[in-house]
Design a protein around this ligand. Structure first.
Ligand SMILES: Nc1ncnc2c1ncn2[C@@H]1O[C@H](COP(=O)(O)OP(=O)(O)OP(=O)(O)O)[C@@H](O)[C@H]1O
Ligand SMILES: [Mg+2]
Length: 268
């Protein structure tokens, strides 16, 4: 029994009812089956950063790991993906995909969209997400009145952390696909217009949690692979922090600030 009869997507998955609640079970791909563990890591990371997300945990079935999450819609609500919202309105040629996306969400009353995208893009950068296509985020609306309620909690974060690469390539951080706005994560992250909400201390402490989650993979992910994942994550945290600092210093050095300071000294 599912919220839709064909849950779209690439991975083997199924809806199951346990203790009266409906859950989506998703498998990973061979040989590492890393995606379910990535889902857990990403949801813990978002929990630490205070970002609205779907919570994933692991359940083992017949020796295979599945990520399990609760249904985030109910009989009164439905998900409308960004793709749907954005294809309802023709994109003006002089607008970027990002600007078009922001406009389409503002149009339906989701006015905090820039911050929601900031959060999603920062998470995608940190986890090296390769699959944030326009059907992997969206808005929740009332299925009866069709009134839009909020930006949907962030879901489907498994195609990340070099899930299909060998440890050496994960460490090198090359060939990471980026979606939905830019081709490279280092370009896409520049769309983020505010970083003050990020605690870099929390991001650094998160290392341990990644190791803890990856220690429970029954040998699917070995020590070398876990080290590579954490190493690459740390490099991305460093990169992000440098970018955040450079943005702050640009704001701090505005011409107006200096003039005001000089004027005050004269007055004294
Ligand atoms: N917790 C949930 N509650 C309700 N609907 C969900 C939930 N998780 C996923 N869905 C729906 O099922 C679809 C497929 O799920 P998901 O995106 O997680 O799988 P996927 O196979 O990784 O998809 P793809 O790789 O194509 O992006 C989603 O696009 C969404 O419409
Ligand atoms: Mg998906």
């Amino acid at each position: 029994m599912g919220p839709d009869n064909t849950s779209d997507g690439y991975l083997k998955k199924q809806w199951k009812t346990q203790n009266g609640k409906r859950y989506l079970f998703k498998n990973g791909t061979k040989p590492f089956k890393q995606q379910p563990f990535n889902e857990v890591i990403a949801s813990r990371l978002m929990e630490r950063l205070g970002i609205g997300h779907v919570d994933y945990m692991i359940q083992w079935q017949d020796g295979e790991p599945f990520s399990v999450c609760e249904d985030f819609v109910n009989r009164d609500t439905e998900l409308v993906t960004a793709w749907r919202l954005m294809s309802d309105v023709k994109k003006p040629n002089n607008k970027s995909q990002y600007q078009h996306c922001v406009n389409c969400f503002c149009e339906i009353g989701i006015t905090d969209i820039k911050q929601k995208l900031n959060e999603m893009l920062v998470v995608d950068f940190l986890i090296a997400n390769e699959d944030r296509h326009f059907n992997n985020f969206g808005a929740i609306r009332d299925a009866e009145t069709l009134k839009y309620l909020k930006f949907a909690p962030i879901f489907d974060n498994g195609t990340a952390f070099g899930y299909d690469l060998l440890a050496g390539s994960i460490k090198a951080g090359v060939n990471i696909v980026c979606k939905p706005f830019k081709e490279k994560h280092t370009e896409q992250i520049k769309l983020v217009d505010s970083f003050e909400w990020i605690s870099f201390e929390k991001l650094r402490l998160f290392n341990n949690e990644i190791y803890q989650i990856l220690a429970e993979t029954n040998g699917l992910i070995d020590k070398e692979r876990a080290d590579a994942i954490v190493y690459a994550y740390n490099k991305r945290v460093d990169y992000l922090e440098k970018l955040a600092l450079s943005q702050v210093s640009v704001i701090d050095n505005t011409k107006d600030d200096i003039e005001e300071d000089v004027a005050e000294t004269y007055n004294n």
